[in-house]
Design a protein around this ligand. Structure first.
Ligand code: ADP
Length: 262
């Protein structure tokens, strides 16, 4: 809308201004394509689980007497998994939309890094359910200035990805390190890794390297988009290094301005 207003106001002026206008239209078209892709993606993501749920319900309605108690339980479990998936997607969409519409930055809190990471470590361990070796290493304590809730969400997202994309028996390391330039939170895994060509696109909404694997492990394709937004709000930078078949390292670097003394 901002672009269109500009178009109307600028046309009566000279050549130079017209160039501004056309650039603005290209930008508008790009935004419109992005919006359309987004709506298509969301609809598709919701339709798939919804089809499964309504399929099961129809089958049961048609004659639940034909099925054993075990069969019915299996149906219900699958339908329940699908509805959890829709719920996750909607939660992620709401989070992302709040971040994207420029919701005001939450009140700046003093976040105790060690405490936060111990919590994330515990949750990651629970998620792994003994399938991985999950470790936490803290070099140099710290206090981050920012939102406890958002930082928790960003760190937990990176940690859960490491678990979800690392086969059983692998390692997941959560690391916090302070140095002269600031502080860094990193998650290292010995998982499936990511081919170089995908790295630049990982934080795009709904971008997945392997759709099947993402879905199987309850992914929405929005996690890293949310992480990127949160980190940007905290002046932090997301870096990814990865080697296919060997593992990945996702890190968030915070400048000194975001760190306070304990
Ligand atoms: P998803 O919900 O699909 O995991 P994300 O936005 O969190 O969505 O991640 C986007 C994609 O990046 C994933 O689908 C996966 O292909 C890839 N990815 C993210 N983290 C890792 C990791 N630690 N190891 C391998 N691939 C990863």
């Amino acid at each position: 809308r901002g672009g269109l207003t500009l178009l109307v106001q600028v046309i009566p002026f000279g050549e130079e201004q017209k160039m501004v206008v056309s650039r603005d239209i290209t930008q508008l078209e790009k935004l419109e394509t992005m919006r359309r892709d987004f709506v298509a993606n969301v609809s598709h993501e919701l339709r798939t689980p919804l089809t499964v749920v309504s399929g099961f319900l129809e089958t049961l309605l048609d004659g639940w007497n034909d099925y054993s108690r075990e069969d019915i339980e299996r149906f219900l479990k699958l339908a329940h998994d699908q509805s959890s998936r829709m719920q996750h997607l909607i939660e992620d969409l709401l989070t992302l939309s709040a971040l994207e519409t420029g919701a005001p930055a939450p009140a700046e809190e003093r976040v105790d890094v060690a405490g936060l990471l111990r919590e994330v470590h515990q949750q990651t361990d629970l998620l792994s359910a003994g399938r991985h070796e999950v470790t936490l290493q803290i070099d140099g304590d710290g206090v981050l200035l920012g939102s406890q809730k958002e930082l928790h969400s960003a760190f937990a997202n990176l940690a859960s990805n490491a678990v979800r994309y690392t086969p059983e028996g692998g390692k997941v390391r959560l690391i916090w390190r302070r140095d002269g330039q600031g502080g860094e939170f990193a998650v290292e895994d010995t998982g499936i890794g990511i081919a170089a060509e995908h790295l630049p696109r990982l934080t795009e909404r709904f971008y997945r390297v392997d759709l099947g694997r993402s879905r199987e492990t309850g992914g929405t394709g929005l996690g890293l988009a949310i992480v990127k937004h949160i980190l940007t709000r905290h002046q932090a930078e997301l870096q990814v290094e990865s080697a296919l078949g060997k593992g990945s390292r996702f890190s968030a670097r915070f400048p000194n301005a975001r760190l306070a003394v304990g």
